[in-house]
Design a protein around this ligand. Structure first.
Ligand code: CTP
Ligand code: MG
Length: 226
């Protein structure tokens, strides 16, 4: 069994509202995606890294220029995150039980230690596993039209990487009903009746989504031990 990283990087970053896609914004002197790639390159357990970008992407060649032979660019991005990942899975070279670690390009604070922790704790689980954070805030719901409080006990925020056997993940994404509704890979696997394992992540692995996240990500990238 080999471990492969699959990094979806074909989004446009609408919520960031920058001039170009957010995964190429400079953070601490390097494009965001270059930081993300480095975490996997520094992790000996990862056999190969695949990056999915859109066919028209004009930035990626420069970003991977110094990454060496462990990185392959797949120009098969789709209209949604789920489609980008599904297209990438079809294009890459893995077999049934190989583990695929899907990780957002927009989470540059990932570390090799977090990758090793995920593999160590959930690598043998046939249903896979993912990094996640315990909810620390009080959670309010307006779903019913009234304001209600949902006990935070037992609530988690999903991060990536999310790791699954290749065949299982491909099947889950091919059977998922609505690509727009699938905001992470684990939910597609859960729909098959399986229960991926949660492994406690770290706040430094935040997803850079809004302009305010850029400063936080930069702080973590420039302070390794935060
Ligand atoms: N992604 C992708 N293909 C898409 C949409 C998203 O590969 N069609 C990737 C993004 O590049 C990102 C990750 O999925 O690394 C998480 O998505 P998100 O944070 O939502 O990024 P964007 O879709 O680019 O941002 P926004 O939703 O604000 O437009
Ligand atoms: Mg998006």
């Amino acid at each position: 069994v080999s471990y492969f990283a699959l990094i979806p990087a074909a989004g446009v970053g609408a919520r960031m509202g920058a001039a170009g896609p957010k995964q190429y914004l400079p953070l601490a002197g390097k494009p965001m995606l270059r930081h993300t790639l480095q975490a996997f390159l520094d992790c000996a357990a990862i056999a190969h890294v695949y990056v999915v970008v859109s066919a028209a992407d004009g930035y990626i060649d420069d970003v991977v220029a110094d990454c060496g032979k462990r990185v392959t660019v797949l120009r098969c991005g789709g209209a949604t995150r789920m489609e980008s990942i599904r297209n990438g899975l079809r294009a890459l070279d893995a077999h049934g039980e190989d583990r695929i670690l899907v990780h957002d390009a927009a989470r540059p604070g990932l570390t090799p230690a977090l990758i090793d922790k995920l593999i160590g704790e959930a690598g043998a689980n046939p249903a896979g596993g993912l990094l996640a954070l315990r909810v620390v805030d009080t959670v309010k719901s307006t779903r019913t039209g009234r304001v209600e409080t949902t006990p935070r006990d037992g609530l988690w925020l999903a991060q990536t990487p999310q790791m699954f056997p290749y065949e299982l993940l491909l099947r889950a994404l091919e059977q998922a009903p609505d690509p727009e509704a699938i905001t992470d890979d684990a939910s597609a696997v859960e729909m098959l009746g399986l229960s991926p394992q949660l492994v406690e992540g770290h706040p430094r692995n935040l997803k850079v989504t809004l302009p305010a996240d850029v400063g936080i990500a930069t702080l973590y990238l420039t302070h390794e031990h935060l």
